[in-house]
Ligand binder design. Structure first.
Ligand code: SIN
Ligand code: FE2
Length: 212
């Protein structure tokens, strides 16, 4: 965990209900757990409803998985690639997501979905809102691993100004409450190599996607 001169960990407020928890996910073997999940549910490029390939490669773990295809964006209990349930969410994922949400002021976060995004250099994720979930009471908890990326975080209106923040290995972003539907995205990933993930960036986003 990153600390300041006085040994306090650094939290960076982004907006009311949103903050970056620098280094909150360090010292946990999350990358090894991602590899095990991807062994059972491989990373793949999904199609947008318009039929375009999404640049970011994705897989999921937990009871629900986010998917996109010609029929739209939604959560499904089965992986369309394997026909099987998504791999279980590791306890270490659940614990981290819950601790991060609690630290940001959202008690009792119980994610039922973890979307795993893998970015290669040259890949980006355009500005969007996370709004395919059944409700918006629970926050989003987003964990960055591997290569650094520039995160854009704006307001509730697509036209609101966005600010840019570099996210590095082990950083966690939490947004919920009044910021739950904030627009956000990732700028084109720059080439590089990271000891934990090689020439990629991995992002875990925890959501409560189904009915509570
Ligand atoms: C997302 O918005 O689902 C991903 C954000 C990120 O990769 O940090
Ligand atoms: Fe998102």
């Amino acid at each position: 965990m990153e600390t300041d001169l006085f040994g306090n960990r650094r939290d960076e407020p982004l907006a009311d209900g949103a903050m970056i928890l620098r280094g909150f996910a360090l010292d946990r073997d999350l990358v090894g757990l991602v590899a095990a999940i991807a062994h059972a549910a491989p990373f793949r490029q999904m199609l947008t409803p318009g039929g375009k390939k999404i640049g970011v490669e994705m897989t999921n773990c937990g009871p629900l998985g986010w998917i996109s295809d010609r029929r739209g964006y939604r959560y499904e209990t089965l992986d369309p690639l394997t026909g099987k349930a998504w791999p279980a969410m590791p306890q270490a994922f659940l614990a981290l997501a819950r601790q991060a949400a609690g630290h940001a002021g959202f008690a009792d976060f119980t994610p039922d979905a973890c979307l795993i995004n893998r970015y290669a250099p040259g890949v980006k994720m355009g500005l969007h809102q996370d709004r395919d979930e059944a409700g918006f009471d629970a926050p989003i908890v987003s964990v960055s691993l591997g290569l650094p990326a520039v995160f854009q975080f704006g307001g509730l209106d697509r036209k609101d100004a966005v600010r840019r923040h570099e996210l590095r290995h082990g950083d966690v972003v939490v947004w919920g409450g009044p910021a739950r539907l904030a627009w956000h995205g990732i700028l084109t990933l720059k080439p590089g190599a990271h000891p934990a993930t090689g020439q990629t960036r991995i992002n875990l986003t925890f959501r409560q996607a189904g009915q509570r």
